[in-house]
Write a protein that binds this ligand. Structure first.
Ligand code: GLN
Length: 541
């Protein structure tokens, strides 16, 4: 029997609802329950795939090829449960489903309305694709009071009513701000937010109150009184120094105990030793490394959420603190890369789209290759490293990517055909942009004796992809002659997945996104190895 926990947010956005949901998932899992996490997003894009990362943050890709909200990354990292396409839906997708059904004649002459047709489609989504989970934690994006989220709130209200309190509960995350001029914490925004929620028929069972300092028992009682709750159901969610402390802090405040109490569950205390271990590693590292991340979306760090996390995991594995220098690659188109990269121990060029800043990434790859600084190129970062090698090692002066327009030497080109499972996927340059990239998990074979085979400790891997262009196999021989090794290939041998430079201490480019699968308890081997190489480099200088 699956129980449903709905998580809403109030007062302001960016309170960390996704992390709160993920932390609750981790706590229930640590008590021995099977959990799944899901997110409802109120915007009208069918998925976040077509949105700029600087607007919405990173697009998180699942094994089954869905482009989803970055909160799914938190869910996966905190629980280790692989997210699926069925774990994230937007208003855009709900509406396109309903409209397609209407066009198909499925509503048998009915007037199609938000209630019940849209809300039914939402409920169908929330309850679908469950397989014996004890808990489904379902986060509603946006802030209570937004017009966009109303159909979602209505749908979860109905579900709450249908399932009853034995199988459902509502958690509401709010802000308790400190007002310096009054020298007081203010509970009014929380009261208003709960009132707003009650206005749409939802009575929260637990309030999570974000606050930058301890909330006094008196304030807790006051919030409880105004919001119809017992004081124990008002959980202070105080700021912490590392996100891995969140499950521990929530447990100390009685969050998971309250959830178990609501469902009348006699559950064992959660086993949190692994979280304590990770927090200790983060708080007391033995050494430091400096990594430059040379990208384009550096104005919003959420654009590279999983990447920053994976680098931290690499640090945890090496008992080191990873300090990140976020550098806008366009700088290198105006100035010499040397000034910005001289003192770093490793250079990472992450995924990206479009021509702007690409020459700067090529300059960063060149610097890393020539100066023998560890280089990690991810997706676009691999493509730029290959173009760099083609131009400066193989003398293919006009080497470029067709992503930037027609090109005399398309070392990176548009993929028009590839194999997925038993099917051939076909694209043209006019295909829709949404949902048409090479997406999700693909297998890759690693060359015997290669550095990557050694790092992974195996010869067959599966990693997640999200790209439209591909390193052109026709240039393989010329590039291998000058020292680049194509050490990872698709099983049919057509698509280059990994390149490395054996003569370099650590120079690896991967076409996939390893950062999506890294976890604090299970750091990705490529990140562990890259940070290790950066540490070695730091000892040389
Ligand atoms: N823009 C490149 C492509 O589509 C790389 C994409 C990426 O880095 N995710 O192939």
């Amino acid at each position: 029997m699956t129980r449903f926990i709905f998580v809403t947010g109030g007062v302001v956005s960016s309170l960390g609802k996704g992390l709160s949901a993920a932390a609750l998932g981790a706590l229930l899992q640590a008590r021995g329950f099977k959990v799944r996490l899901r997110k409802l997003d109120p915007y009208l894009n069918v998925d976040p795939g077509t949105m700029s990362p600087t607007q919405h943050g990173e697009v998180y890709v699942t094994d089954d090829g869905a482009e989803t909200d970055l909160d799914l990354g938190h869910y996966e990292r905190f629980t280790g449960v692989a997210s699926r396409r069925s774990d994230n839906v937007t208003s855009g997708r709900i509406y396109s489903t309903v409209i397609a059904r209407e066009r198909h004649g499925d509503y048998l002459g009915a007037t199609v309305q938000v209630i019940p047709h849209v809300t039914d489609a939402i409920k169908e989504f929330v309850t679908a694709d469950l397989h014996g989970e004890d808990f489904l934690i379902c986060e509603v994006g946006g802030t209570v009071g937004d017009i966009e989220s109303l159909p979602f709130l209505e749908a979860i209200r109905q579900l709450g009513n249908e399932l009853g309190p034995e199988r459902s509960m509502f958690v509401h995350l709010t802000l308790v701000p400190w007002i310096p001029s009054a020298g007081e914490l203010k509970t009014k925004p929380t009261q208003h937010s709960v009132k707003e929620l009650q206005g749409v028929g939802i009575r929260p069972d637990i309030l999570l109150c974000r606050c930058d300092r301890p909330i006094s028992p008196e304030s807790r009682r006051k919030i409880a009184l105004f919001c119809n709750l017992r004081p124990e159901a008002v959980i202070p969610a105080l700021d912490v120094d590392t996100i891995y402390q969140v499950p521990i802090a929530y447990h100390e405040q009685g969050f998971d105990t309250e959830v178990c109490r609501h469902f009348k569950l006699e559950a064992k205390e959660p086993a949190l030793a692994n979280w304590h271990h990770v927090v200790n590693r983060v708080r007391e590292p033995e050494s430091n490394v400096q990594i430059a991340v040379v990208g384009k979306y550096t104005a919003l760090l959420d654009s590279y959420k999983s990447l920053a996390e994976a680098l931290t995991h690499g640090g945890i594995a090496n008992n080191a603190k990873v300090k990140l220098n976020w550098i806008d690659s366009e700088i290198f188109e105006r100035e010499d890369a040397v000034y910005h990269l001289e003192d770093v121990n490793g250079i990472l060029v992450p995924g990206g789209f479009g021509e702007r800043g690409s020459e700067g990434k090529i300059a960063a790859a060149r610097f890393a290759r020539e100066r023998k600084v560890p280089y990690f190129g991810i997706c676009f970062g691999m493509q730029m490293a290959v173009i760099e090698a083609a131009r400066h090692l193989a003398g293919i002066e006009k080497a470029g990517s067709t992503e930037f327009g027609p090109c005399a030497d398309p070392v990176v080109g548009l993929m028009t055909e590839w194999v997925k499972g038993n099917q051939v996927e076909r694209r043209t340059s006019n295909s829709d942009l949404g949902g048409t990239m090479r997406l999700g998990a693909y297998d890759c074979n690693l060359a015997e004796g290669s550095q990557v085979a050694d790092i992974y400790g195996k010869r067959h891997i599966s990693e997640r992809h999200r790209h439209r262009y591909e390193v052109n196999i026709n240039y393989k021989d010329r590039l291998e002659q000058v020292g680049l090794r194509f050490s990872g290939m698709s099983p049919d041998g057509v698509l280059p997945e990994i390149v490395e430079i054996p003569e370099h201490p650590w120079f690896i480019g991967v076409q996939f996104h390893p950062e999506l699968k890294s976890k604090p308890f299970d750091p990705h081997p490529l990140f562990t190895s890259f940070i290790h190489a950066a540490l070695e480099q730091s000892r040389l200088v």
